[in-house]
Design a protein around this ligand. Structure first.
Ligand code: SF4
Length: 357
Protein backbone atom coordinates (compact mmCIF):
# COMPACT_ATOMS: atom_id res chain seq x y z
CA UNK A 1 0.00 0.00 0.00
CA UNK A 2 1.35 3.45 -0.86
CA UNK A 3 2.21 5.90 1.84
CA UNK A 4 -0.66 8.29 2.56
CA UNK A 5 -0.58 11.59 0.75
CA UNK A 6 -0.13 14.17 3.49
CA UNK A 7 -2.59 16.99 3.06
CA UNK A 8 -3.06 20.29 4.81
CA UNK A 9 -5.31 19.51 7.79
CA UNK A 10 -8.60 21.31 8.33
CA UNK A 11 -10.85 21.32 11.35
CA UNK A 12 -14.56 20.64 10.90
CA UNK A 13 -15.93 21.28 14.36
CA UNK A 14 -14.07 18.85 16.61
CA UNK A 15 -13.00 16.57 13.73
CA UNK A 16 -9.66 16.91 11.94
CA UNK A 17 -9.63 15.99 8.27
CA UNK A 18 -6.30 15.49 6.52
CA UNK A 19 -2.74 15.98 7.70
CA UNK A 20 -2.37 12.31 8.59
CA UNK A 21 -5.44 12.20 10.89
CA UNK A 22 -7.46 8.96 10.79
CA UNK A 23 -9.61 8.76 7.67
CA UNK A 24 -12.97 10.23 8.65
CA UNK A 25 -16.27 8.45 7.99
CA UNK A 26 -19.13 10.64 6.92
CA UNK A 27 -22.66 10.32 5.64
CA UNK A 28 -25.61 12.45 4.62
CA UNK A 29 -29.15 12.54 6.00
CA UNK A 30 -32.06 11.56 3.78
CA UNK A 31 -34.72 13.46 5.68
CA UNK A 32 -36.25 16.84 4.94
CA UNK A 33 -33.72 19.03 6.75
CA UNK A 34 -36.45 21.48 7.77
CA UNK A 35 -38.10 18.62 9.68
CA UNK A 36 -35.84 19.01 12.69
CA UNK A 37 -37.17 16.04 14.65
CA UNK A 38 -36.72 13.50 11.84
CA UNK A 39 -33.33 14.90 10.90
CA UNK A 40 -32.04 14.81 14.48
CA UNK A 41 -33.36 11.25 14.87
CA UNK A 42 -31.50 10.12 11.77
CA UNK A 43 -28.30 11.88 12.82
CA UNK A 44 -28.52 10.14 16.22
CA UNK A 45 -28.82 6.81 14.40
CA UNK A 46 -25.70 7.74 12.46
CA UNK A 47 -23.83 8.77 15.60
CA UNK A 48 -24.75 5.41 17.16
CA UNK A 49 -23.01 3.50 14.39
CA UNK A 50 -19.87 5.65 14.43
CA UNK A 51 -20.52 8.34 11.81
CA UNK A 52 -18.09 11.19 12.45
CA UNK A 53 -19.39 13.97 10.18
CA UNK A 54 -22.87 14.48 8.83
CA UNK A 55 -24.03 16.50 5.86
CA UNK A 56 -27.53 17.83 5.39
CA UNK A 57 -29.14 19.16 2.22
CA UNK A 58 -29.97 22.86 2.31
CA UNK A 59 -32.39 23.43 -0.56
CA UNK A 60 -34.16 26.45 0.97
CA UNK A 61 -34.20 29.01 3.77
CA UNK A 62 -36.23 26.75 6.10
CA UNK A 63 -33.54 24.09 5.88
CA UNK A 64 -30.78 26.66 6.49
CA UNK A 65 -32.59 27.95 9.56
CA UNK A 66 -33.31 24.45 10.87
CA UNK A 67 -29.56 23.87 11.24
CA UNK A 68 -29.60 25.96 14.42
CA UNK A 69 -32.06 23.62 16.18
CA UNK A 70 -30.48 20.48 14.73
CA UNK A 71 -27.03 21.48 15.97
CA UNK A 72 -28.34 21.81 19.55
CA UNK A 73 -29.37 18.17 19.57
CA UNK A 74 -26.46 16.35 17.93
CA UNK A 75 -22.86 15.64 18.90
CA UNK A 76 -21.08 15.35 15.53
CA UNK A 77 -20.14 18.27 13.27
CA UNK A 78 -22.65 19.25 10.62
CA UNK A 79 -21.92 20.21 7.02
CA UNK A 80 -24.42 22.19 4.95
CA UNK A 81 -24.78 21.06 1.32
CA UNK A 82 -25.40 24.07 -0.88
CA UNK A 83 -26.30 24.31 -4.57
CA UNK A 84 -27.43 27.19 -6.81
CA UNK A 85 -28.00 29.89 -4.18
CA UNK A 86 -24.99 31.24 -2.29
CA UNK A 87 -27.31 33.06 0.13
CA UNK A 88 -28.25 29.68 1.59
CA UNK A 89 -24.58 29.17 2.44
CA UNK A 90 -24.55 32.51 4.26
CA UNK A 91 -27.68 31.53 6.18
CA UNK A 92 -26.27 28.08 7.04
CA UNK A 93 -23.16 29.79 8.41
CA UNK A 94 -25.31 32.04 10.55
CA UNK A 95 -27.12 28.95 11.82
CA UNK A 96 -23.81 27.52 13.00
CA UNK A 97 -22.88 24.85 10.45
CA UNK A 98 -19.37 23.45 10.92
CA UNK A 99 -18.63 22.98 7.22
CA UNK A 100 -19.98 23.94 3.82
CA UNK A 101 -20.11 22.11 0.53
CA UNK A 102 -20.32 24.29 -2.57
CA UNK A 103 -20.77 22.92 -6.08
CA UNK A 104 -18.69 24.88 -8.62
CA UNK A 105 -21.08 23.60 -11.30
CA UNK A 106 -23.81 25.85 -9.97
CA UNK A 107 -22.15 28.47 -7.75
CA UNK A 108 -19.06 29.90 -9.42
CA UNK A 109 -19.50 33.65 -9.80
CA UNK A 110 -16.49 35.21 -8.02
CA UNK A 111 -18.54 37.79 -6.18
CA UNK A 112 -20.85 35.15 -4.69
CA UNK A 113 -18.00 32.81 -3.79
CA UNK A 114 -16.24 35.78 -2.18
CA UNK A 115 -19.20 36.59 0.06
CA UNK A 116 -19.37 32.97 1.22
CA UNK A 117 -15.58 32.66 1.69
CA UNK A 118 -15.42 35.83 3.78
CA UNK A 119 -18.27 34.73 6.03
CA UNK A 120 -16.79 31.21 6.38
CA UNK A 121 -13.36 32.61 7.16
CA UNK A 122 -14.72 34.80 9.94
CA UNK A 123 -16.12 31.68 11.58
CA UNK A 124 -13.24 29.33 10.74
CA UNK A 125 -15.59 27.10 8.74
CA UNK A 126 -14.07 25.02 5.91
CA UNK A 127 -15.56 24.79 2.43
CA UNK A 128 -15.58 21.65 0.33
CA UNK A 129 -15.28 22.33 -3.36
CA UNK A 130 -17.55 19.48 -4.34
CA UNK A 131 -17.41 18.80 -8.06
CA UNK A 132 -19.90 16.33 -9.47
CA UNK A 133 -19.70 14.85 -12.99
CA UNK A 134 -23.45 15.38 -13.33
CA UNK A 135 -23.22 19.14 -12.85
CA UNK A 136 -20.02 20.07 -14.63
CA UNK A 137 -19.76 23.52 -16.16
CA UNK A 138 -20.29 21.89 -19.60
CA UNK A 139 -23.58 20.49 -18.37
CA UNK A 140 -24.32 23.77 -16.66
CA UNK A 141 -24.07 25.41 -20.06
CA UNK A 142 -27.18 23.51 -21.07
CA UNK A 143 -28.84 25.22 -18.13
CA UNK A 144 -27.79 28.63 -19.48
CA UNK A 145 -24.60 29.02 -17.42
CA UNK A 146 -21.13 29.88 -18.89
CA UNK A 147 -19.52 27.00 -20.88
CA UNK A 148 -16.34 25.12 -20.01
CA UNK A 149 -13.32 26.76 -21.70
CA UNK A 150 -11.99 23.27 -22.59
CA UNK A 151 -14.90 21.19 -23.92
CA UNK A 152 -12.49 18.61 -25.40
CA UNK A 153 -11.18 17.47 -22.02
CA UNK A 154 -12.26 14.12 -20.64
CA UNK A 155 -14.91 14.15 -17.91
CA UNK A 156 -12.21 13.50 -15.30
CA UNK A 157 -10.15 16.41 -16.64
CA UNK A 158 -13.19 18.67 -16.73
CA UNK A 159 -13.94 17.83 -13.10
CA UNK A 160 -10.37 18.62 -12.09
CA UNK A 161 -10.47 21.84 -14.08
CA UNK A 162 -13.71 22.92 -12.40
CA UNK A 163 -12.32 22.11 -8.94
CA UNK A 164 -9.02 23.89 -9.57
CA UNK A 165 -10.80 26.98 -10.82
CA UNK A 166 -12.73 27.33 -7.61
CA UNK A 167 -9.74 26.39 -5.45
CA UNK A 168 -7.66 29.11 -7.11
CA UNK A 169 -10.46 31.62 -6.59
CA UNK A 170 -10.63 30.75 -2.88
CA UNK A 171 -6.86 31.04 -2.60
CA UNK A 172 -6.98 34.48 -4.20
CA UNK A 173 -9.47 35.41 -1.51
CA UNK A 174 -6.90 34.22 1.04
CA UNK A 175 -9.15 31.32 2.02
CA UNK A 176 -7.39 28.01 2.60
CA UNK A 177 -9.79 25.97 4.73
CA UNK A 178 -10.43 23.88 1.67
CA UNK A 179 -11.44 20.29 1.04
CA UNK A 180 -12.07 18.93 -2.44
CA UNK A 181 -14.07 16.16 -4.07
CA UNK A 182 -14.36 15.15 -7.74
CA UNK A 183 -16.99 12.42 -7.88
CA UNK A 184 -18.58 10.57 -10.76
CA UNK A 185 -20.76 7.48 -11.07
CA UNK A 186 -18.17 5.96 -13.42
CA UNK A 187 -15.48 4.39 -11.25
CA UNK A 188 -12.46 4.76 -13.60
CA UNK A 189 -13.42 8.42 -14.19
CA UNK A 190 -13.61 8.99 -10.44
CA UNK A 191 -10.24 7.34 -9.81
CA UNK A 192 -8.58 9.26 -12.65
CA UNK A 193 -9.95 12.58 -11.42
CA UNK A 194 -8.74 12.03 -7.84
CA UNK A 195 -5.30 10.80 -8.97
CA UNK A 196 -4.99 13.91 -11.08
CA UNK A 197 -6.08 16.47 -8.51
CA UNK A 198 -4.14 14.81 -5.67
CA UNK A 199 -0.94 15.91 -7.40
CA UNK A 200 -2.06 19.48 -7.94
CA UNK A 201 -3.33 20.72 -4.60
CA UNK A 202 -2.27 20.32 -0.95
CA UNK A 203 -5.80 20.15 0.45
CA UNK A 204 -7.58 17.15 1.98
CA UNK A 205 -9.71 15.06 -0.33
CA UNK A 206 -13.22 13.80 0.34
CA UNK A 207 -13.50 10.63 -1.73
CA UNK A 208 -16.44 8.60 -2.94
CA UNK A 209 -18.25 7.26 -5.98
CA UNK A 210 -21.43 9.19 -6.45
CA UNK A 211 -24.92 7.73 -6.85
CA UNK A 212 -23.49 4.25 -6.70
CA UNK A 213 -26.91 2.63 -6.30
CA UNK A 214 -28.67 0.29 -3.87
CA UNK A 215 -26.50 -1.63 -1.38
CA UNK A 216 -25.97 -4.85 -3.34
CA UNK A 217 -24.30 -3.11 -6.29
CA UNK A 218 -23.56 0.26 -4.71
CA UNK A 219 -21.28 -1.12 -2.03
CA UNK A 220 -19.25 -2.90 -4.71
CA UNK A 221 -18.94 0.18 -6.95
CA UNK A 222 -18.03 2.34 -3.97
CA UNK A 223 -15.55 -0.16 -2.59
CA UNK A 224 -13.79 -0.54 -5.93
CA UNK A 225 -13.39 3.22 -6.32
CA UNK A 226 -12.67 4.17 -2.73
CA UNK A 227 -10.33 1.26 -2.00
CA UNK A 228 -8.28 1.81 -5.13
CA UNK A 229 -7.69 5.41 -4.08
CA UNK A 230 -7.03 4.58 -0.43
CA UNK A 231 -4.56 1.89 -1.46
CA UNK A 232 -2.73 4.57 -3.43
CA UNK A 233 -2.65 6.76 -0.32
CA UNK A 234 -5.33 9.16 -1.59
CA UNK A 235 -8.28 10.22 0.57
CA UNK A 236 -8.85 11.90 3.94
CA UNK A 237 -12.56 11.35 4.43
CA UNK A 238 -14.96 8.93 2.76
CA UNK A 239 -18.62 8.77 2.00
CA UNK A 240 -20.25 5.68 0.56
CA UNK A 241 -23.33 6.88 -1.35
CA UNK A 242 -26.12 4.31 -1.25
CA UNK A 243 -29.83 4.26 -2.02
CA UNK A 244 -30.47 3.00 1.52
CA UNK A 245 -30.65 4.20 5.10
CA UNK A 246 -27.46 6.21 5.69
CA UNK A 247 -26.53 3.78 8.49
CA UNK A 248 -25.66 1.31 5.69
CA UNK A 249 -23.25 3.90 4.26
CA UNK A 250 -21.41 4.19 7.56
CA UNK A 251 -21.21 0.43 8.07
CA UNK A 252 -19.86 -0.04 4.54
CA UNK A 253 -17.35 2.81 4.98
CA UNK A 254 -15.91 1.21 8.11
CA UNK A 255 -15.72 -2.19 6.44
CA UNK A 256 -13.68 -0.63 3.63
CA UNK A 257 -11.32 1.04 6.11
CA UNK A 258 -11.04 -2.11 8.24
CA UNK A 259 -10.30 -4.25 5.17
CA UNK A 260 -7.31 -2.04 4.40
CA UNK A 261 -6.23 -1.92 8.06
CA UNK A 262 -6.71 1.85 8.00
CA UNK A 263 -9.16 2.05 10.92
CA UNK A 264 -10.36 -0.19 13.68
CA UNK A 265 -14.06 -0.02 14.38
CA UNK A 266 -16.07 -2.75 16.04
CA UNK A 267 -15.57 -6.45 15.37
CA UNK A 268 -14.36 -8.17 12.23
CA UNK A 269 -16.34 -11.30 11.40
CA UNK A 270 -14.54 -14.17 9.70
CA UNK A 271 -17.06 -16.68 8.40
CA UNK A 272 -16.63 -19.42 5.86
CA UNK A 273 -18.90 -19.47 2.80
CA UNK A 274 -20.11 -22.99 3.73
CA UNK A 275 -20.05 -25.95 1.35
CA UNK A 276 -21.09 -29.57 1.14
CA UNK A 277 -18.93 -30.43 4.15
CA UNK A 278 -20.81 -28.14 6.55
CA UNK A 279 -23.06 -29.92 9.00
CA UNK A 280 -24.74 -26.79 10.38
CA UNK A 281 -26.41 -23.87 8.57
CA UNK A 282 -23.38 -21.57 8.47
CA UNK A 283 -25.07 -18.93 6.31
CA UNK A 284 -27.88 -18.50 8.84
CA UNK A 285 -25.47 -18.64 11.76
CA UNK A 286 -23.10 -16.04 10.26
CA UNK A 287 -26.03 -13.71 9.55
CA UNK A 288 -27.30 -14.03 13.13
CA UNK A 289 -23.83 -13.34 14.56
CA UNK A 290 -23.24 -10.42 12.17
CA UNK A 291 -26.52 -8.82 13.24
CA UNK A 292 -25.56 -9.05 16.92
CA UNK A 293 -22.00 -7.84 16.35
CA UNK A 294 -23.32 -4.61 14.81
CA UNK A 295 -24.11 -3.45 18.33
CA UNK A 296 -20.57 -4.10 19.61
CA UNK A 297 -17.94 -1.32 19.59
CA UNK A 298 -14.89 -3.35 20.56
CA UNK A 299 -12.40 -4.07 17.78
CA UNK A 300 -12.12 -7.85 17.96
CA UNK A 301 -11.97 -10.70 15.50
CA UNK A 302 -14.77 -13.29 15.63
CA UNK A 303 -14.77 -16.47 13.53
CA UNK A 304 -17.69 -18.70 12.57
CA UNK A 305 -16.45 -21.72 10.62
CA UNK A 306 -18.27 -24.68 9.16
CA UNK A 307 -16.02 -27.73 9.59
CA UNK A 308 -12.63 -29.11 10.49
CA UNK A 309 -10.95 -28.23 7.16
CA UNK A 310 -10.18 -24.59 7.99
CA UNK A 311 -12.39 -24.21 11.04
CA UNK A 312 -9.98 -24.84 13.92
CA UNK A 313 -7.22 -22.81 12.23
CA UNK A 314 -9.37 -19.72 11.66
CA UNK A 315 -11.20 -20.04 14.99
CA UNK A 316 -7.88 -20.29 16.80
CA UNK A 317 -6.55 -17.27 14.94
CA UNK A 318 -9.52 -15.11 16.00
CA UNK A 319 -10.07 -13.56 19.42
CA UNK A 320 -13.19 -15.69 19.73
CA UNK A 321 -14.25 -18.39 17.29
CA UNK A 322 -16.24 -21.52 16.79
CA UNK A 323 -15.43 -24.45 14.52
CA UNK A 324 -18.62 -26.38 13.90
CA UNK A 325 -19.18 -30.11 13.50
CA UNK A 326 -22.38 -32.14 13.47
CA UNK A 327 -24.72 -30.43 15.95
CA UNK A 328 -21.80 -29.19 18.05
CA UNK A 329 -18.90 -26.75 17.87
CA UNK A 330 -15.60 -26.15 19.58
CA UNK A 331 -15.26 -22.70 21.10
CA UNK A 332 -11.84 -21.04 20.90
CA UNK A 333 -10.73 -17.96 22.79
CA UNK A 334 -7.39 -16.30 22.01
CA UNK A 335 -6.18 -19.48 20.32
CA UNK A 336 -7.18 -21.80 23.16
CA UNK A 337 -9.89 -24.43 23.02
CA UNK A 338 -12.35 -23.51 25.78
CA UNK A 339 -15.27 -25.93 25.48
CA UNK A 340 -17.67 -27.77 23.24
CA UNK A 341 -21.10 -26.20 22.73
CA UNK A 342 -24.43 -27.48 21.45
CA UNK A 343 -25.90 -26.11 18.22
CA UNK A 344 -28.87 -24.49 19.97
CA UNK A 345 -26.41 -22.44 22.10
CA UNK A 346 -23.99 -21.32 19.33
CA UNK A 347 -25.10 -17.68 19.06
CA UNK A 348 -25.73 -17.17 22.76
CA UNK A 349 -22.42 -18.64 23.95
CA UNK A 350 -20.46 -16.81 21.27
CA UNK A 351 -22.07 -13.49 22.14
CA UNK A 352 -21.64 -14.09 25.88
CA UNK A 353 -17.93 -14.58 25.23
CA UNK A 354 -17.82 -11.44 23.06
CA UNK A 355 -19.48 -9.51 25.90
CA UNK A 356 -16.93 -10.81 28.40
CA UNK A 357 -13.92 -10.23 26.16
S1 SF4 B 1 -14.67 -24.36 6.56
FE1 SF4 B 1 -15.48 -26.36 5.94
S2 SF4 B 1 -17.66 -25.96 5.63
FE2 SF4 B 1 -16.66 -23.97 5.60
S3 SF4 B 1 -16.28 -23.65 3.43
FE3 SF4 B 1 -14.41 -24.52 4.33
S4 SF4 B 1 -14.60 -26.68 3.94
FE4 SF4 B 1 -16.65 -25.84 3.64
Amino acid sequence: MNQRRISKPIQIGKVTVGGGAPIVVQSMTKTDTADVMSTVRQIKELEDCGCELVRVAVPDAEAAQAIKAIKKNISIPLIADIHFDHRLALMALESGCDGLRLNPGNISEPDKVKQVANAAKERGVPIRVGVHAGSLPAKARQAGLPPSPHPNLSIAEQMVEAALKQVRLLEELDFELIKVSVKAFDVPTTIEAYQNIAQKIPYPLHIGVTESGPPRTGIIRSTVGISTLLYEGIGDTIRVSLSAHPREEVIAAYEILKSLNLRQHGPILVSCPSCGRAEVDIVKLAQAVEEKLLKIDKPLKVAVMGCIVNGPGEARDADIGIACGKGRAVLFKKGKKIKTIEEKDFVKVLMDEVGRF
